[in-house]
Design a protein around this ligand. Structure first.
Ligand code: ATP
Ligand code: MG
Length: 739
């Protein structure tokens, strides 16, 4: 494979980074500067230099980012080798190692994964049983924080304070019992996946003795444990590439450590740092307004970022009476935008980014009413939907009957006349006897509790279903796959009828979700069969590997890890849809048109957030997702009908267009700027050159940077059209030329 092609579409600094012979390389740069692009190209370049893909680890932050990266590398390589890379999120890579080598540290091969909802359910149960007063959600996040801080090699030792408040005592109690519950159910939570993998690699470094290179995207959001994992992966051959942007660090609340870059320099003093200074994603107007927000944080280290797109429509800031009207306005804008741009934009080009998923309800319902298709990412997750969760719980129990919580949830769904009280008694008895619920109802040990005849029959029924299903899975002649298994379960429990009986109007929609799950299982199955979802790790001398996990276990792991951030629907194949996402889940992604509703004090910055700068960075991340058009809005009453005021981050918006009435008309000029930025052909009803476009730049909605001044620069001043001085972050006024 020629490496020339790989290097063709890179600027000078990107080129230097991609083909650097430095062992440890750090690329620190702003949004849209091609960090991910560079990392992807470097991965391909390393392979072109003779590295074998199964000796290269590439870690990203979200499942979607991992998939995109794999596809991009695939396009660069064009030989299918990308599927052999050890590529995925930290969690999924860790899972892979634990599935193969976990036996070395006493992890059972068929462990399940407790997602955040499972963790919360377990903690809720403990809190209830122990009559604790602590809020289960608080307990969950504290426990997670403790786990990931205590695990890091560099962390301060986990010290218990001498004097304990009640809350601390309860937290200790929760922690201990939570860990026990996970262990009994043979579950690992998200933190365990990383921590246990660290344990494994510390004790058995030879598991990764083959690894030749480690590449990490979104480094600014790694936590201590992930940092340690990185070091352990690269222990043999210290060839590491990290890319990141401290200004986009938004996971501090999950113990991400901006300090990791300093640690990196400390651990690897020869690290070569490269900056990328050109933004290829957003229009100049969008970039400058985003920079004006981030620059309000005086504690940050400034870095240079220049717009390569010098024209663009100024971002809109719209105030509306209430959240209801805000949702309506977004719909109108989407329709208008689409209507006016012809074939230039389709619904896939639009994203609505939310500070918290609670803002989505009104918007979802407005989209629904207007018949605009949309997909949800992050927040309200597909796999959390009631009907989907029930089916998944059945699968989880079939895969691993020791999963107490999943089993407890399906005992009486559909109704088998096993009451809630009975379920609670059973769980308690299992707990006291230190056995699993499955062992108890499966008759491994004599049950002290005497259930009613109905309940007894019900329990017999579920035991029977699980046994039958497990037998079918294990039977080599039947070869029942995950899809077959789901269909078996649906039929056996009469699920379609159950939904009809209990969910009247919405039953159809719910059943459609179940069908979607079948499609996903089927897609996953074919990815496994074609080898695209490769799971193998290379053999290393002297260590035996477990066999690859069965496809059901892998499907469930995939679901558990995907649901950490999003509902991962197959995108290409479907009709165009607007994306609704949390800002957190939108990291690293980009869309031509972005809406950021809820720009009010209390939402962003969020009233419960501890770090105001992190909130500002969140807004910065959201704004820099937009390529051509950016709309922000603030309802003057929030969804609880309380008065709200504009986010202080946007209170100096001389680069924004404040709209009081209707949205802007997209004139031909603006359409052209969109086409230019997106590198798409102009709609046929338009054809004016870029030159004439610049000439006409005095149009008030258009923002132009002239050639020499396109660099963002602190000394220059930018004035808006009315001539009022703008704030100091600004840009020089565009040269206004008359026609
Ligand atoms: P973020 O910080 O948001 O993750 P990033 O730095 O990773 O951003 P990328 O997503 O890699 O940026 O790139 C942003 C956009 O710019 C992408 O559409 C990418 O294809 C494009 N791009 C990157 N480098 C170049 C280049 N040299 N020439 C043209 N386009 C480029
Ligand atoms: Mg990126």
């Amino acid at each position: 494979m020629a490496s020339d092609g790989l290097l063709a579409n890179l600027n000078e600094s990107q080129h230097a980074a991609v083909s650097s012979f430095a062992d440890t390389l750090a690329i620190l740069a702003g949004p849209g500067s091609g960090k991910t692009h560079t990392l992807t190209s470097r991965t391909a370049w390393l392979l072109s230099q003779g590295l074998q893909p199964w000796n290269v680890i590439v870690a990203t932050f979200t499942v979607k980012a991992a998939r995109e990266m794999k596809e991009r590398i695939g396009r660069l390589l064009d030989n299918g080798l990308e599927s052999k890379l050890i590529l995925g999120t930290f969690h999924s890579i860790a899972r892979r190692y634990l599935a193969r080598y976990g036996y070395l540290i006493d992890i059972q091969k068929d462990f399940g994964i407790a997602d955040s909802a499972d963790s919360l359910a377990i903690i809720k149960r403990i809190v209830k049983r122990e009559k604790y007063t602590i809020d289960p959600k608080v307990a969950r996040s504290r426990i997670s924080g403790l786990k990931s801080r205590k695990g890091g090699e560099n962390a301060a030792p986990f010290q218990k304070p001498l004097k304990k408040t009640i809350e601390m005592q309860e937290l200790d109690g929760c922690y201990e019992q939570y860990e026990e519950a996970l262990k009994r159910s043979n579950l690992l939570d998200y933190d365990d996946l990383l921590l246990r993998c660290v344990d494994l690699l510390r004790q058995y470094p030879s598991c990764v003795s083959n690894v030749e290179a480690v590449l990490i995207d979104e480094f600014q959001d790694t936590n201590l444990v992930q940092f340690d994992l990185m070091r352990l992966f690269a222990a043999q051959r210290k060839r590491i590439t990290i890319v990141g942007d401290p200004d986009q660090s938004i996971y501090g609340f999950r113990a991400a450590e901006v300090m990791n870059y300093k640690r990196m320099l400390h651990q690897y003093p020869d690290t070569v740092t490269i900056a990328l200074e050109e933004n290829y994603r957003s229009s100049g107007a969008i970039l400058l307004s985003a920079l004006s927000v981030i620059k309000q944080d005086s504690s940050r280290v400034d870095k240079s970022l220049q717009a390569t797109h010098t024209v663009g429509t100024r971002p809109v800031l719209r105030k509306l009476a209430n959240a209801h009207q805000e949702a309506e306005w977004i719909i109108t804008e989407i329709q208008r935008c689409k209507g006016m741009t012809g074939h230039l934009l389709d619904l896939n080009d639009f994203a609505i980014l939310l500070r918290s998923s609670s803002l989505s309800r009104l918007i979802e319902s407005a989209l629904g009413k207007s018949g605009i298709a949309y997909r949800m990412v992050g927040g309200l997750r597909f796999y959390d939907r009631l009907e989907v969760k029930i089916v998944l719980d059945y699968l989880r129990v079939i895969s691993q009957p020791d999963n107490n919580d999943a089993l407890a949830r399906i005992l009486n769904v559909p109704s088998r006349r096993i009451g809630d009280a009975t379920i609670k008694v059973l769980l308690d008895e299992a707990e006291q006897s230190k056995i699993t619920l499955w062992a108890l109802i499966g008759g491994e040990q004599k049950m002290k509790f005497k259930p009613s005849t109905h309940a007894k029959n019900g329990l017999g029924e579920i035991v029977n279903i699980v046994h039958t299903a497990r037998k079918q899975v294990a039977d080599p002649d039947r070869k029942i796959d995950t899809v077959g298994l789901i269909k078996f379960v649906l039929k056996r429990i009469g699920f379609e009828k159950f939904l009809e009986d209990h969910h009247g109007d919405v039953a159809k929609g719910r059943w459609a979700n179940v069908e979607e799950l079948i499609t996903q299982a089927s897609d996953f199955q074919s990815m496994i069969t074609t080898g695209y979802e490769e799971e193998s790790l290379p053999e290393v001398e002297g260590l035996q590997q477990n066999l690859e996990s069965d496809s059901l276990t892998r499907f469930l792991a995939n679901v558990a890890l995907a649901s950490e951030v999003k509902n991962d629907k197959d995108e290409g194949a479907q009709t165009p849809q607007v994306t609704i996402s949390t800002i957190h889940a939108a990291k690293g992604l980009e869309w031509p048109v972005v809406f950021i509703p809820g720009a009010y004090q209390g939402s962003i910055p969020h009233s419960r957030a501890e770090d105001e700068n992190e909130e500002r960075r969140l807004l910065y991340v959201a704004m820099t997702r937009a390529k051509a058009l950016l709309y922000m809005s603030c309802p003057l009453k929030n969804s609880q009908q309380e008065q709200s005021t504009l986010s202080p981050f946007l209170s100096a918006p001389s680069l924004l267009r404040s709209l009081e009435q209707k949205g802007p008309t997209l004139r031909s000029l603006e359409l052209q700027t969109i086409a230019l930025i997106l590198r798409r052909p102009l709609p046929s009803f338009l054809s004016i050159s870029q030159a004439s476009l610049l000439l006409k730049s005095e149009e008030d909605d258009i923002f132009t940077l002239n050639g020499e001044n396109k660099a963002f620069n602190n000394d220059s001043q930018w004035q808006n059209r009315s001539g009022s001085p703008s704030f100091n972050m600004g840009q020089r006024p565009a040269q206004r030329q008359k026609k």
